[in-house]
Each structure stands twice: as C-alpha cells, then as structure tokens.
Write a protein that binds this ligand. Structure first.
Ligand SMILES: [Zn+2]
Length: 494
C-alpha cells in the first residue's frame, strides 16, 4: 500500500482516504456510506426460512451479504452483524392467512416443526461454510422462536402508540393511519392502490383495511406452534421478527439493512412501519437490496418455481463450491446473474488459475518480502472497485490481471496484496498456500514445527527458541501470528 506513512496502518489510511459508496434504496441513489457511530457499523440482513434446502438463488444473496460485510471491514469498519432464522411464521402465500410453511413440511415429513428447522439450519450452515460465508455467532444469528417475548413487547409498544388494534383473529397494524395523507410507501414509493396491483391481498373481515397486516395471529387452532400472549394464544405475523431481533441487538436505528429486491414493497415496508411506529425514530439509514439469480431462460430461481439447483448439484458435478462464490462476483449485486453449469465451470477455470498461481508461490518466502512497486496500482484499482457500490466484476478482473502481469514480469512479489484482496474475495488463498507448503515440506520439518508449537503452548519458550534455531539451521523459518505459526522456506523469492 502506498503513502501510508509511519503513523497509521494501511487499513486506517485507506478508510480515511477512500469513501465507501453504496446504493441506498431509500434515496434511490448511490450514496457515501456514513454510519451513525464509526467505526462501528450495525448491519441486519434477512436470513433463511428453514423448511427447504437453500437453493443457489438464496446462496447468491448470502454471498452478497458476506461480501458487503468484508468490504466494510476492508475499509476499516467494525461490523456488528445480525441475521435471523425464520423458524416460524411464514405463510404459504406470504399473506396473513394460509398454512405455515414449516408446519406444512413437518406434516409431510412426519417431523416436528423444531426438527424440520434444526435439519435445514444445519444444512444452511454447512453450505455457508463451503462457500466461505462467515455467519454471525449466536445470539447474533437468531432464531425467531427464541424471541417471541421480544416480539410481544414490540407489539405492545405499537399498540400503546395507537398504530395497531386487537380483533378476534389477531392484532393488526393500521397501515393507512401510519402512512398518513400521501399513503405512499417509503421504500417502494408506491401508493397503497398501486401496491394492490402487484399482490393478492387476504381480506379478513376483522381488518379495517385489506392493507393492514398481522402482528399477532389468534384463533388458528390447527397451527402447531402457538404461544401465550396478552391477546390470547397465537403466533407472530411474519414481519415482526425482523424488527424485534434487529433492534434488540443493534438498537433502534440500523446503519444497514439488506435483503432481496422482492422484499421492498411488503416485507421491508412493513418492517419500517412497525419499527418506527414503536420507537418514533428512523429504523434504517441504508437499505440495500440484491437482485436474483436467474436461469438460462431469465426465470427467477425460487422455491415456488419447483425444481431449483442447490450447492450439492454443483459438487456432484465435481465443481468446487468456491467456483459458485466466484461466479457471484461476475455480476454486480444489483444486477441479475445468469446461472448455468457452463457459467460455474467458467468461474472454476478462473479459480483454478488463481490457485495454480498460489501453488507456485508455495515454495517461496513470499510472506517476508515487500510487494513490488507496480502492484500498488492494482491495489488502488481493487479498492476503488469495491468502494464503488461493491463493483465485484471489476475487483475480480483486477485480481486476475494482476496475476497475469506477475507471470508476464516473472515477478512474484505480489502475495501481500493478493492476500489482502482475498480478505474480500474469500477464496481461502492463504489456507491454500499453507496446504501447498505442508505438502512440500519434509515430514521432519513439520515434526519440528509441531514440537515447537507444543512448547510454545506450554510456555516453554527456551525449548521453542531452540527449535526455531534448529529449523533456521535447516533453511526454514517460522513466523508467529495471531492465527498460529506459519512455516516457510528461508530463501527469499528473486
Ligand atoms: Zn426480514
């Protein structure tokens, strides 16, 4: 990194000089990102509904969430990320009525709703790990059923402010009263009449208006999952969990809230309404929405469309899951991304090209030398690309071009920059380099490394130093870092 000076680290320097821009659905503009309390960023993303496997369209959205988080960290921000897991409450029609999807699967598979949810949560976590998507840790990865009390408290606050009403079939949010004279939705910028055209509204005779949505559902005796509430036994409506859990962990105003484009007119509009109705404060500073993965025919890949590909379909074809991650970088998050096996195979070729480069670096002590001067132009371009509304196609192109130039110049002093790029790309390049080295280091050297590691853990520093000297005498060096010790050859790359 150029120009950092002695006083500040590269990361701090970059966060000072490079503003991060992101498209805010609230303003319909690309805006400079300014969190409420820098360097902390509070970020909530709508998570999975766990009654079916997450298909690749879903996984594209989670790759996007992960990339946004990494981009913020790349810029020196500290991200507090919360993601929900919907294990109750989504109806088959996404309207207020119908059957809960988890219960529907539970009946079909003769399982309890809890067993259905646990099964698909485990599968979701496994697929995220294979795609190198870093999920928040519990309680920040939060299940709706663990937060029923928080939802009830929030509904009480909305009732206290006169923006909801209780009926025999449920507690409803008073949408027309909330929206006021214009009746416009803040995110969708649609009036209620315009919104009607795009959705099928369930009309309950208890509702003042068909636009009102349920905060709490009552008198549905066939529903398996029920909880006591001040209004009677029932279960939450499907928007309230996101408001309750995001504000519980991140406070009343979130810096960023993300989700799929399909959430704009109803789910997110309703989240804003019920959150702000309860707190009287702005709910979200930046609403960020991702576009869909589409099949060859341009059809959105979704659960309701029937057959949809999942990550296992790719691994069954012998493809590396990270090739799908790399495919996602090929389009900007706000553009549709065309899915085909051929497209994943092309992404795999790019991934293999990068891995091959890293494999060639394995025998060199590339960690200990400074990168060559010409590399800084690529570092600059890469940073500009991601700060320009997360332009991953450009960032990826920049990475591949830097590697190509490294070959052309026969100058491989690029590892520190490539490693930093990979904190955003998440292709596990450092891990791969380490594995490559393990494969080429003699067993005796690895044994000395392990012995030294044990001595270090046992705080026997004399012995550890002795082993270090022994390794050095044999032409190897060891560097201790936060994540452990890195073994490398002493010879420096030419
Ligand atoms: Zn949500």
């Amino acid at each position: 990194m150029t120009g950092c000076g002695r006083l500040c680290s590269a990361i701090v320097y970059c966060s000072l000089v490079k503003p991060f821009y992101i498209f805010n659905t609230l303003s319909r503009n690309v805006e400079q990102f300014r969190p409420g309390h820098p360097p902390t960023v509070t970020y909530y993303s709508c998570g999975p509904t766990v009654y079916l496997p997450q298909h690749l369209g879903n996984m594209r959205a989670y790759v996007f969430v992960d990339t946004l988080k990494r981009a913020l960290r790349f810029n020196g921000f500290q991200v507090h990320h919360v993601m929900n897991i919907t294990d109750v409450g989504h109806m088959t029609s996404d309207a207020d009525g119908g059957e809960d999807k988890i219960e529907k699967t539970a009946r079909a598979e003769h399982k309890t709703p809890q067993e259905v949810a646990d099964f698909y949560i485990a599968q979701f976590k496994r697929d995220c790990a294979r795609l190198n998507i870093e999920l928040p840790q519990p309680p920040m990865l939060c299940r709706a059923t663990d937060h029923i009390g928080d939802m009830i408290d929030l509904i009480k606050r909305i009732l206290d402010r006169g923006l909801a009403y209780v009926t025999p079939s449920g507690v409803y949010f008073d949408v027309e009263k909330w929206r006021g004279p214009s009746q416009l939705g803040r995110l969708s910028r649609q009036s209620l009449a315009e919104q009607d055209a795009g959705q099928r509204l369930e009309h309950s005779p208890d509702k003042k208006s068909p636009h009102d949505f349920a905060l709490w559902v009552l008198n549905q005796p066939n529903h398996l999952m029920q909880w006591d509430s001040p209004w009677g036994r029932g279960y939450p409506g499907w928007h309230i969990e996101c408001s309750a859990m995001s504000m519980k962990y991140l406070g009343p105003t979130l810096d960023i809230h993300s989700g799929g484009l399909d959430h704009i007119p109803v789910h997110h509009e309703n989240e804003i309404a019920q959150s702000e109705a309860a707190t009287g404060r702005p709910f979200v500073r930046y609403f960020v929405h991702n576009a869909f993965l589409v099949g060859m025919e341009g059809v959105k890949i979704s659960k309701s469309a029937g057959k949809f590909p999942v990550l296992d379909d790719l691994t069954d074809e012998g493809l590396n899951p990270l090739a799908f991650r790399l495919l996602c970088f090929g389009a900007k998050y706000r553009s549709e991304l065309a899915f085909s096996l051929e497209a994943v195979r092309a992404a795999q070729r790019n991934l293999d090209y990068l891995l091959e480069f890293v494999r060639n670096l394995g025998g060199e002590a590339v960690d200990t030398v400074d990168d060559s001067g010409w590399v800084s132009a690529y570092a600059e371009r890469f940073h500009e690309a991601i700060n320009n509304d997360l332009n991953t196609p450009q960032a990826l192109a920049c990475t591949l071009e830097m590697v190509a130039e490294s070959y052309r110049r026969r100058d491989f002093r690029v590892w520190n920059t490539l490693r930093r790029f990979d904190t955003l790309l998440g292709l596990n390049l450092e891990q791969f380099l380490q594995q490559t080295r393990e494969a080429i280091f003699p067993a005796e050297i690895l044994r000395l490394r392990d012995e030294r590691e044990q001595a270090r853990r046992a705080r026997d520093f004399d012995r550890a130093d002795q082993l270090r000297r022994e390794l050095e005498a044999r032409g190897y060096q060891i560097r201790d870092s936060k994540t452990g010790s890195v073994l490398m050859p002493k010879r420096v790359a030419p």
